[in-house]
Design a protein around this ligand. Sequence first.
Ligand code: FE
Length: 332
Amino acid sequence: MSKRFLAALLLTFAGISASHAADEVVVYSARAEQLIKPMFDAFTKETGIPVKFITDKEGPLMERLKAEGPNTPADVLLTVDAGNLWQAANEGLLKPVQSGVLDKNVPVHLKDPDNQWFGLSIRARTIVYNTKALKPADLSTYEDLANPKWKGKLCLRTSKKVYNQSLVAMMIAEKGEAETEKIVRGWVSNLATDVFPDDTKLMEAIAAGQCQVGIVNTYYYGRLLEKKPDLTLALFWPNQQTTGVHVNVSGAGVVKHAKNEKAAVRLLEWFTSEQGQKMFADLNMEYPANPAFKPDTVVAGWGSFKQNLINVAKAGELQAAAVRLMDRARYK
Ligand code: FE
């Protein structure tokens, strides 16, 4: 046996073991390890299908999928925000999936119209306020926060965060650009201080009285109140008489060059099952995407709300327009 042949043979074996065993599923995840590992363990226990995964930010994961092309070991891309999922589909990294289980378990507004990705948990981006400064009756809608009565009282997170880009994109989908720009300009002129790098710092500023009201994802509220239960903060569900609370998703799609599509679909389906939904939503204090199941008791304690039923794919389609609009409005 020639040395070169031996080297090639070894490389082949190494390649197989590093990439893909026949009946395992490989996940690229932008969701943190502590939120996904327990689910994969439960899935493996139930189905016998092993799960391998890597975690990273969505940008590098998508770059990696692009670079690996047909040679990728990945079967599933798991990430947060419909804007990111839409981007992955738009760049040809995912493939459409036909599954009666997913069709039944995931509401139409929470998945890609072409079935390339599916929302698995709902993240509500809602209003938070200081209960020493305001009563629920003072609040009504996202749009109302542009009213000059809130001058110097509003705190916002940076427009660089995809969550706010998605929120504004959905507003564009509903109201058009001109109307949305008016609202965003109103927000900016009501800001009490510079924009915040994250939702938690924003809530701490509200609790400290630097401002009275802001917009956050509810799971950050849950995490903060768990650590500091005495903060005088409460959530408010806006737009209940109109369009509903802005929701987004964590979700997943099957990778275009998946080696084990069957197991990949099985994993997605399992995520939408009772146990999968419990774990997917509860581990991060989010809401189950499957309406058959209830959120955990702490989350349920924040009250129920009418959600906006516009398809979350719009967050991706209109993301670039939203970024330009926020730039014009000098929302930093
Ligand atoms: Fe987040």
